[in-house]
Design a protein around this ligand. Structure first.
Ligand SMILES: O=C1O[C@H](COP(=O)(O)O)[C@@H](O)[C@H](O)[C@H]1O
Length: 453
């Protein structure tokens, strides 16, 4: 029986394919065995079908998804130059059902391939899935969007942001919109500040070629954390249909700006020097293989934005991410205002209530002040928490599931991708002009000693 979708992975021999896409596909197909998918790998290497099948089988095995291999065991591979129209045409002509071209290749190759697609007859309903970074600034993202618009309708373009598939990020929707007690306090009336922080113990992990040109601001804040922020701050959509949801996220991104339009006062950057993260030693970033020290790339970036709407006026939103950090938990932290009046007589700390959406492990917790057990007037902190599920692989599984279903709900829309560049551009400009110092922090610490937490 012909498959409903042919998933064509371009860049089949790459790291993204073997480390994330194939394991996530295995996990997805193991959980949802009724999906009818044909898998085809394409790349520059002269691989045989057997070699590719072995790559797929091994990747599925890492997820205990050997059972799912049966459903793609006839998977095929072809050597292809995806910047050539003839090769792309053949890949599409050979597909069964709806073709989904997944560009698991560097952005420059994706851009060339998208140009080549102009000379290809693209079957109706074909999906184009593009990994980040999407362009290098607002203008280049716009140019790429304009090109894509000539190829397929917008809801068939999947700009991948795997953060949108994370359990915690999806739970921002459930928690916010399915609970009256949350919905009714979700504004500047009750919320003092929001912090979206993604500290990582990891370093470059062999990705200097990409990372040294991107830096923490583009790699994480522009590409992921602003989308997460949009889920935290968007107006309630009428439905979770991709149109309603993506209209809501785009609207809030359009209203987002660097706080006070002052990127110098509202951004910080730093890069790591030698140090240990746990039992792993890191050389100074500038001494890492493939790094060009003269570029001044940051490995820790922070910026504060504000959403200029009635709901969020005056609420600072801090976005932060960095590599080789030894302290800190990846999380969205929503800090509430203090109570209007605390009755006299209570003792102990009366910290503001907090709702924390942790991004690893994925949990939601609510920090509340309660009366202590031994002394009813002594306030104590409790955390009510719920475990949500797995992290990155699950996230890629969600993304792939959207592609196979043809549902762009969790894909970044073109206008939103451009807005994310627009929001960070004043910071990029200020950093290029050296108006913000490039600080340093030893690997394994929480960041530069001069930065307050
Ligand atoms: O896209 C990226 O995300 C990862 C962090 O996400 P995770 O799901 O793998 O934890 C980050 O390490 C990487 O630099 C960035 O490109």
């Amino acid at each position: 029986m012909a498959a409903d979708t042919t998933l064509i992975i371009l860049g089949a021999s790459g790291d993204l394919t073997s480390r994330l896409l194939l394991p996530a596909l295995g996990q997805l197909l193991s959980r949802e065995p009724n999906r009818s998918v044909r898998l085809h790998g394409a790349g520059m290497e002269d691989w045989t079908d057997e070699h590719w099948r072995e790559v797929v089988r091994k990747a599925f095995h890492t997820m205990d998804a050997d059972d799912a291999f049966a459903s793609v065991s006839e998977t095929t591979y072809s050597q292809a130059d995806i910047t050539k129209a003839a090769d792309l045409q053949k890949l599409l002509d050979d597909a069964e059902g709806r073709p989904a071209l997944y560009f698991a290749v560097p952005p420059a190759v994706t851009e060339k391939a998208c140009l080549a697609l102009s000379d290809v007859t693209i079957p109706e309903h074909t999906i184009l899935a593009l990994e980040k970074p999407f362009g290098t600034d607002e203008a280049s993202a716009h140019t790429l969007n304009t090109q894509l618009a000539t190829l397929v309708p917008e809801d068939q373009v999947f700009r991948i942001d795997h953060f949108l598939g994370r359990s915690t990020v999806l739970n921002l929707l459930g928690t916010r919109f399915a609970n009256r007690i949350v919905e009714s306090v979700w504004s500047a009336d009750d919320i003092a500040s929001i912090r979206i922080d993604f500290p990582e113990a990891l370093g470059l992990e062999g990705r200097a070629g990409y990372y040294d040109a991107a830096g923490a601001l583009v790699d994480m804040i522009q590409s992921h954390l602003l989308q997460v922020m949009a889920f935290v701050t968007m107006e309630p959509p009428a439905s979770l249909d991709q149109l309603d949801l993506r209209d809501a996220t785009s609207a809030v991104l359009r209203a987002t700006h660097v706080k006070d339009d002052d990127p110098v006062a509202n951004s910080r950057r730093a890069r790591y020097t030698a140090g240990d993260v746990g039992d792993r030693h890191f050389s100074s970033y500038v001494d890492e293989p493939g790094v060009d020290a003269s570029r001044g790339t940051e490995t820790l970036a922070e910026m504060t934005v504000e959403v200029r709407t009635a709901r969020w006026q005056g609420v600072p939103i801090l976005l932060r991410s960095g590599k080789a950090l030894g302290v800190g938990d990846p999380a969205v932290t929503v800090t509430f205002k203090p109570v209007r009046h605390l009755p006299d007589g209570f003792i102990g700390e009366n910290e503001p209530s907090e709702m924390v959406f942790s991004l690893g492990p994925d949990t939601i917790s609510l920090g509340l002040n309660i009366n202590g057990a031994d002394d009813p007037l002594d306030l104590e902190r409790v955390n009510l928490s719920a475990h949500l599920g797995e992290g990155a692989l699950k996230a890629y599984g969600e993304v792939l599931s959207g592609i196979l279903d043809g549902d762009a709900m969790l894909a970044v829309r073109g206008d939103a991708a451009e807005q994310c560049w627009r929001i960070v551009q004043p910071v990029i400009d200020a950093w290029r002009k050296n108006e913000v110092p490039l600080d340093e922090y030893p690997a394994g610490t929480a960041g530069p000693a001069s930065w307050k937490a």
